[in-house]
Write a protein that binds this ligand. Structure first.
Ligand SMILES: Nc1nc2c(ncn2[C@@H]2O[C@H](COP(=O)(O)OP(=O)(O)O)[C@@H](O)[C@H]2O)c(=O)[nH]1
Ligand SMILES: [Mg+2]
Length: 304
C-alpha cells in the first residue's frame, strides 16, 4: 500500500478532526462550561455520524474526567484510549487465522450501488499483488451487465474470472466455482453477489442460499463474509443492512466511498452496531483505492 493512499484516507476524517477535537480542547481548558455547551458537543459528535449512544458516553465520561482531574491533565490520551476501545472488538485483518495452504473464500454482500463489484476487483488486485491465485466469481447471473462489469475488473486485476451460465442458480454457480478453484489450484475465491434491496425477499433468500452452499464447502477461518457499506449513507445504512446481516453470517465490513466526504464517526458507529470489524476502507474508484483499516492510526489522526 502506498503512503499516498494511506494519507488520503486519514485526511478524510474531516469534521472529527477540525471541529470535534478543537471543541474537546476548548471545553477542557475552560473554567466553566454551560449545560448547553455539553449538549452542543454531543450534537457535534452525532453530526459526525458517531451515533447517539457513543456520543452520550463520550461526553459524560469527558465531563467526569474534567471535573476530577487537576488542571493540565491529559484529555487526549483518554480520548485516544476511549475511541480505540470502541473499535477494538476484533481482528481487522483479512483471514487472520486461515491456513494459507487451503482455499480461502470471500463473499461480498450489500445493497445496490454500494460498491461490491468495484471492491471485488480491488481485493482481487490487492491479493494478486501478494502472489495469491485469485478467481473472481459473478453470482449475479440475472443481469448480463453485472457479469460484464466484473469480467472487466478480472482483466484489470489480471486474475481468472468464473462466470455462471446466464440465469443459473447463484448457489449452484458458487458451488461450481469453489470446486473449480480447488481443481485449478487457486488460493482465493472472491464472490460478488447480486445487489439487493433490503426489502426484496427473493434476493435475500438467494443470498441465504449462497451463504449456505458456501459454508458446506468452506468454513471460517477460511471464509470471510463481508458486508459492503457506503460510508455516505450514514445513519440510514443500519436499517438497510440489518436484514442482510441476519442471513449472511458476516465476519466483517468494508466501508466504501470514504473519499466522498464521509464523516469519520461512521466507522465507530458501524463497528458498534454490527459488532464486526471494519477490514478495508474504499477511498476512490481506482483499482488501488482500497486500504486496510488500522484502528490505531485512525484514532491517532483524530485525537493528536
Ligand atoms: N468515490 C468512490 N466511488 C466508489 C467507491 N467504491 C465504489 N464506487 C463507485 O460506486 C458505484 C457503484 O459501484 P459498484 O461496484 O457497481 O456497486 P455494486 O452495485 O454494489 O456492485 C460505481 O460508480 C463505483 O465506481 C469508493 O470507494 N469511492
Ligand atoms: Mg455489482
Amino acid at each position: 500500500m502506498s503512503g499516498a493512499f494511506f494519507k488520503k484516507w486519514l485526511q478524510n476524517i474531516g469534521k472529527m478532526k477540525e471541529e470535534v477535537r478543537e471543541r474537546f480542547s476548548q471545553l477542557w481548558s475552560r473554567k466553566e462550561v454551560k449545560e448547553e455547551e455539553w449538549e452542543e458537543l454531543e450534537a457535534m459528535l452525532i453530526q459526525a455520524d458517531i451515533g447517539p449512544s457513543m456520543a452520550v458516553e463520550l461526553v459524560e465520561e469527558f465531563r467526569r474526567l474534567r471535573e476530577t482531574s487537576k488542571s493540565g491533565g491529559d484529555w487526549q490520551n483518554w480520548l485516544y484510549e476511549k475511541l480505540l476501545t470502541f473499535l477494538k472488538n476484533s481482528e481487522t485483518r483479512l483471514f487472520p487465522n486461515a491456513s494459507l495452504e487451503n482455499l480461502r473464500v470471500i463473499l461480498l454482500s450489500g445493497i445496490n450501488g454500494v460498491g461490491k463489484t468495484t471492491t471485488a476487483g480491488k481485493i482481487a488486485h490487492l491479493l494478486k499483488e501478494k502472489g495469491e491465485r485469485v478467481v473472481l466469481v459473478g453470482a449475479d447471473t440475472f443481469r448480463a451487465a453485472a457479469s460484464e462489469q466484473l469480467e472487466v475488473w478480472a482483466q484489470r486485476a489480471n486474475c481468472r474470472y468464473f462466470r455462471g451460465s446466464a440465469g443459473a442458480d447463484p448457489g449452484a454457480v458458487v458451488f461450481d466455482s469453489i470446486n473449480s478453484a480447488r481443481n485449478n489450484g487457486d488460493s482465493v475465491v472472491i464472490v460478488d453477489t447480486a445487489g439487493r434491496s433490503h426489502v426484496n425477499k427473493n434476493l435475500l433468500a438467494e443470498l441465504e442460499k449462497v451463504v449456505k452452499v458456501t459454508k458446506k464447502l468452506v468454513e471460517p477461518p477460511q471464509l470471510e463474509s463481508l458486508l459492503v457499506i457506503d460510508a455516505l449513507t450514514g445513519q440510514n445504512a443500519f436499517s438497510q443492512v440489518e436484514s442482510i446481516a441476519r442471513v449472511a453470517d458476516l465476519t466483517g465490513i468494508i466501508l466504501t466511498k470514504w473519499d466522498s466526504q464521509a464523516k469519520g464517526g461512521i466507522i465507530f458507529r458501524v463497528v458498534r452496531e454490527f459488532g464486526l470489524p471494519v477490514k478495508y476502507v474504499g477511498v476512490g474508484e481506482g483499482i488501488e483505492d482500497l486500504v486496510p483499516f488500522e484502528p490505531e492510526e485512525f484514532v491517532r489522526a483524530i485525537v493528536y
